[in-house]
Design a protein around this ligand. Structure first.
Ligand SMILES: Nc1ncnc2c1ncn2[C@@H]1O[C@H](COP(=O)(O)OP(=O)(O)O)[C@@H](O)[C@H]1O
Ligand SMILES: [Mg+2]
Length: 311
């Protein structure tokens, strides 16, 4: 099946700054892909090219099979874009914002009105719809901006940092909205600086830094990349060296020993290492444990590890 969003070796520089370097991305229909990276990683550059607002220096990109440069009109008819900076008119109420946007997209008064009401209802903003947007909370405004990108019912959505700067509660609301969108069959490319957001929302995550792919996979695959952190508590200090040898034998690295408490921890290469499996390794060597823990890394830790802490 042809991917809905596809980039091949996409590159774009600004002067001497390589904003995007050979980015190749493929997003199947009905899935959510997160482009994850720190400030300046190239996320907005990628979104702008895909949304036909900018052109690549080299490489190509297609949306629903249409080339973003050669067939920009066809692409525009199929996409919605919600940015980090809400494109709303503060001096209008919520409904009028959507209504006018509908008129701008040639929906006609009746359809524009109906579409505005339908979206406000569906995303829980009907009650506030008559109030000036100026009086809305940050989270509500961002939600309105997000649903504004849906006015023409585009099959493909670009959400550029939809939750940056929002409080946790508003962020949660946006998350549910995005989940709803994905369920309704939209294909979503989302950019974010938040690892837990990519973890929660995306089927597929591409981590970029300096415009370049650093890692790519499902959230679970990315966590596996880093392995698991194992910590054990031995019964007596005399068992510590044996415990260290056991962990090293399992491929453990970054060993940290606390002789006083009898704790020793290490990163082991497999994320699927189970706690019972681990305990058995120690048991086989006659090393009595008082406690053992296997912890999978958060996507945050994966990110810091892969980017060398450049965030
Ligand atoms: N219009 C521009 N002119 C010059 N440099 C730019 C421009 N847009 C982006 N850049 C640079 O390109 C890099 C990527 O920027 P951007 O795509 O906005 O990153 P992100 O959205 O991930 O924060 C940054 O170093 C940024 O300073
Ligand atoms: Mg950006």
């Amino acid at each position: 099946m042809t991917p809905v969003i596809e980039t091949i070796d996409l590159s774009r520089g600004y002067g001497s700054v390589p904003a995007l370097q050979s980015l190749s991305l493929s997003v199947p229909e009905g899935t959510v892909c997160a482009l994850l990276g720190p400030n300046g990683a190239g996320k907005t550059t990628a979104v702008r090219i895909l949304a036909t607002l900018d052109r690549p220096d080299s490489g190509s990109a297609r949306i629903c099979g249409f080339d973003v440069v050669e067939q920009a009109g066809q692409v525009r008819r199929r996409i919605g874009l919600a940015g980090q900076h809400a494109a709303l008119d503060d001096a209008l109420n919520g409904r009028d914002n959507l209504f006018i946007l509908g008129l701008m997209h040639h929906l006609g008064r009746r359809r524009a009105g109906a579409r505005a009401d339908e979206l406000l209802e569906r995303f829980g903003l009907a009650e506030a719809a008559g109030r000036l947007v100026r009086t809305w909370s940050g989270g509500m405004r961002r939600r309105l901006d997000l649903i504004a990108s849906l006015i023409t019912e585009p099959p493909v959505l670009f959400l550029d940092e939809p939750t940056t700067g929002l409080d946790p509660r508003s962020r949660n609301e946006i998350h549910s909205t995005i989940t709803d969108l994905a369920r309704s069959g939209s294909t979503v490319l989302l950019t974010t600086q938040y690892l837990e957001e990519a973890d929660r929302l995306a089927d597929d995550v591409m981590i970029i830094d300096s415009g370049r792919e650093i890692a790519h996979g499902t959230p679970a695959q990315l966590k596996d990349l880093l392995g698991a952190r194992v910590e054990v508590l031995v019964e007596t200090a005399g068992l510590l060296s044996g415990a260290a040898a056991t962990l090293t034998g399992l491929g453990g690295r970054e060993l940290v020993t606390d002789a006083e408490s009898g704790r020793i921890s290490a990163t082991v290469p497999t994320g699927s290492l189970s706690l019972p499996g681990l305990v058995r390794h120690f048991d086989d060597r006659g090393i009595a444990l008082l406690d053992a823990e296997v912890r999978r890394p958060s996507l945050d830790e994966v990110f810091l590890n892969l980017t060398g802490g450049s965030r």
